[in-house]
Design a protein around this ligand. Structure first.
Ligand SMILES: Cc1ncc(COP(=O)(O)O)c(C=O)c1O
Length: 365
């Protein structure tokens, strides 16, 4: 029995009557762009996060790009972590900012601003990587209370940091609704969350060719709306998000119990008391073994684990010529060669977690 990293079929099958009804209702309404379903989802997601405004856009990449553009990072330094998905760095570049990279904490795999000694950034863009609730107060301690913080919450739907939802703590945040995310659409989608009215207004204009009024364009924008059909699906899924995140949390607990005695593996750090991790990914690390060999053997045994991410940003060809302030990023470079993401999705069964663990432990013998 093969066990995929993520199985979307099970979720669809479980809720297919509701999904199909929503798809048909949107199609028959012929309201395909903007409209009531989008407004309702934006309001409900804002309420869920505890922020004033949510603006639906075409993807997580666009959410971060438009947020940075709306704030105005042109020619300014934006600091992010080296072990993120490339989209975080691309968003900075697409908004005209200068990418600065920071190494990470070896235990949590989150940005460690104390490891950065380059030019003071205008904006810091931490990523709640794997859904871990990164505490942004470390950024304020390092760079000052007024530092502008934009959260990459693309993996952190429903994660909580000391009582505050991830994506509600900074000046603004970007979410992705890519299908495999904890809150995933039936295609691409994303959203910006913020408490700043002017910023939300600006992003509403930027997603709509730079106009607030039809055929009146006072700035250069693009076309990046969250499709109405996606908003309808997401609004339904939002009602189940906490329950699905709890299911992931249970599975993570089972992984921990079954793997805790294995000396060859480093388990992921647990969120501190008072916080909650949505376990978008369950990432283990191999201390001294050949990760690629093990991954291959797992795949041969029908367990489709992954790597998030195998190549850190500073080693990507697209940024090969960048002169990053730090010349080397020892922790993120090492971690990238040791990590494995084990299968994780809310409908995964306890039996499947047991199979993954017994196969893994057998291969590690
Ligand atoms: C950390 C992170 N940032 C940004 C993105 C970009 O989101 P999207 O794929 O919706 O453009 C993703 C997801 O792909 C992500 O995981």
């Amino acid at each position: 029995m093969a066990i995929p990293l993520v199985n979307l079929q099970r979720n669809y099958q479980k809720y297919q009557d509701e999904y199909n009804r929503l798809l048909v209702a949107t199609a028959s309404s012929c309201q395909f762009v903007m409209g009531k379903a989008l407004n309702e989802f934006e309001e409900n997601f804002a309420k869920y996060l505890g922020v004033k405004y949510v603006v639906g856009v075409g993807s997580g990449t666009d959410a971060l790009t438009l947020l940075l553009k709306a704030y105005g990072v042109k020619d300014k330094t934006v600091l992010t972590q080296n072990n993120t998905f490339i989209a975080t760095a691309l968003a900075i570049a697409n908004a005209g900012g200068r990418i600065a990279l920071c190494d990470i904490d070896e235990k949590t795999y989150q940005i460690d601003v104390d490891k950065y000694d380059g030019p003071v950034p205008e904006v810091v863009l931490p990523v709640h990587l794997y859904g871990y609730p990164y505490d942004i107060s470390a950024i304020k301690r390092k760079f000052g209370a007024k530092t502008i913080i934009v959260e990459d919450a693309c993996q952190a739907h429903g994660s909580v940091c000391q009582g505050a939802k991830c994506g509600s703590m900074g000046m603004g945040s970007g979410f992705s609704f890519y299908p495999g995310k904890n809150l995933g659409a039936f295609g691409d989608g994303g959203a910006v969350a913020t408490n700043e009215e002017a910023l939300a207004e600006e992003i509403r204009a930027l997603r709509n060719w730079g106009g607030k009024v039809k055929y009146v364009h006072d700035r250069e924008g693009g076309n990046s709306r969250l499709d109405t059909i996606q908003a309808a699906i997401l609004d339904f899924k939002l009602k189940h998000l906490d329950e699905w995140n709890q299911a992931r949390n249970q599975l993570a607990g089972q992984y921990r119990r079954l793997l805790s005695d294995c000396k060859a593996i480093v388990l992921p750090a647990e969120a501190p008391a008072g916080s909650f991790q949505n376990y978008h990914l369950f990432v283990i690390r191999l201390k001294d073994l050949n990760r690629d060999e093990l991954l291959l053997k797992l795949n041969e045994a029908g367990i489709f684990a992954g790597i998030h991410y195998p190549v850190p940003v500073h080693k990507q060809k697209v940024y090969a010529n960048m002169d990053f302030a730090a010349k080397s990023f020892p922790v993120s470079s090492k971690v990238a060669s040791q990590i494995i993401s084990l299968p994780m999705f809310p409908e995964m069964t306890e039996n499947e977690v047991s199979t993954v663990c017994s196969t893994l432990l057998e291969l590690l013998k």
